[in-house]
Design a protein around this ligand. Structure first.
Ligand SMILES: Cc1ncc(COP(=O)(O)O)c(C=O)c1O
Length: 385
């Protein structure tokens, strides 16, 4: 394998907009003013200022009141994924509903906990409610009521699609009918480029069973390891009861709270503009190089483009060729809830330079053409089968 020059693999924020100087200034202030608290354990909920800042972020976006005391700071949203899955599990083998293609970290956590995953088909509006309804009916008839539903309803990973409001309301109705909590993962919240911002589930339904997960990884930086869970009592207590780590990093939370003293929106505006340019460069490259062969998503937010390959691509040959030429992507199977080998790849564009994107997409295109067994144009117009 040669050195990776075009790394479209992991979903990361744009290093060019990382606010190093402002965070340094915030850190100095925090050490001056909050050093005493650093001699204590932060406790289950975590840094009060950071919780207030994130409650404000949520209220600003969703136009509903959010109580900072219902926010649990976590070590990235991934800790929220795991803690909630543990809190909601009765026994290994319990059923959980996921999207057919979902975030590999979550799928890995659910596999480790021995959840039995049921995958719901996706389309351009996210999880399909007709399929969810029929699967819930089937599971109910089999006496297998799912412990919860896990949608990534905004800028879905890996497809980038957003679930429209009406579909969210349908999901809420189904969850109510079958008495199932929804664990909404809004990890990409505020990585927004254009179009309407659809409301979060918790803003549409104040049912205290539902849980909301969010992160600072994509709007600021993943190395800070900051995320949060929004849950109401008694669910809040149930989740906190699973927590045995005495809370998450006080220093990181204190610095970021200071940095976001006036809200998250001015920095988000700068970061999103830079990411949008990269999305446009990536989709323009795909259009130029692969329009006759592939179909892909054009995300209105988030960090990913989901690409459908023609069936006659030898997918292991494609992997070998691309790695030999320094191009990395994530294979479709890592997003499938059962690890099925599928003709898709995911491209993450946030971390690359403009040059890497412009040079990299033609490399990918050549590899795809060489890994095919024909020169026929693609036989499909839709991203989904
Ligand atoms: C949907 C989703 N949830 C959660 C995470 C975990 O992110 P973090 O723990 O950095 O907040 C990711 C990371 O890519 C993700 O895509």
């Amino acid at each position: 394998m040669s050195e990776i020059r075009y790394d479209f693999g992991g979903g990361r924020s744009d290093p060019g907009t990382f606010p190093a100087e402002a965070l340094k200034a915030a850190a100095i202030k925090v050490f001056d003013e909050q050093w005493r608290q650093m001699n204590d354990y932060p406790g289950g909920l975590g840094h009060a200022g950071m919780r207030a800042a994130m409650a404000q972020r949520e209220s600003d976006r969703e136009s509903v009141a959010v109580d900072p005391d219902h926010l649990i700071l976590t070590n990235g949203s991934m800790q929220g994924v795991t803690l909630t899955a543990e809190a909601l599990q009765d026994n290994p083998g319990d059923t959980v509903i996921v999207e057919e293609f979902s975030y590999p970290g979550t799928l890995g956590a659910y596999r480790s906990l021995k959840y039995d995953m049921v995958g719901i088909r996706l389309d351009e509006g996210g999880m399909r409610m007709d399929h969810l309804a029929s699967e819930l009916e089937r599971l109910e008839a089999e006496g297998r009521r799912p412990r919860f539903i896990y949608p990534i309803s905004t800028y879905q990973n890996p497809t980038g699609f957003v679930m429209p409001r009406d579909r969210r309301l349908e999901m809420i109705e189904l969850a109510r009918r079958y008495d199932i909590p929804i664990v909404e993962d809004n990890c990409y919240a505020d990585v927004h480029y254009e179009g309407p911002v659809e409301p979060a589930i918790y803003a549409l339904d104040d049912d205290p069973r539902h849980i909301y997960l969010c992160s600072l990884s994509k709007i600021l930086a993943p190395g800070l390891r900051l995320g949060y869970i929004l849950a109401r009592p008694p669910m809040l207590g149930k989740i906190l009861a699973r927590r045995h780590d005495a809370g998450s990093n006080f220093l990181a939370a204190a610095i970021v709270a200071e940095f976001y003293r006036d809200g998250i929106w001015s920095h988000a505006g700068v970061a999103n503009a830079a990411l949008k340019t990269k999305r446009d460069l990536t989709t323009a490259g795909l259009k130029q190089e692969l329009e006759d062969v592939c179909v892909w998503s054009n995300p209105v937010g988030g960090l990913f483009i989901w690409v459908r390959l023609p069936d006659d691509v030898d997918r292991s040959k494609l992997r070998t060729l691309t790695l030999e030429r320094g191009f990395n992507y994530l294979v479709g199977s890592s997003f499938h809830y059962r690890g099925k080998d599928v003709p898709y790849i995911r491209l993450a564009f946030g971390h690359l330079t403009h040059e890497q994107i412009s040079e990299g997409i033609p490399v990918l295109a050549r590899c795809i053409r060489e890994a095919r067994t024909s020169n026929e144009p693609r036989g499909f117009d839709s991203l989904f089968m």
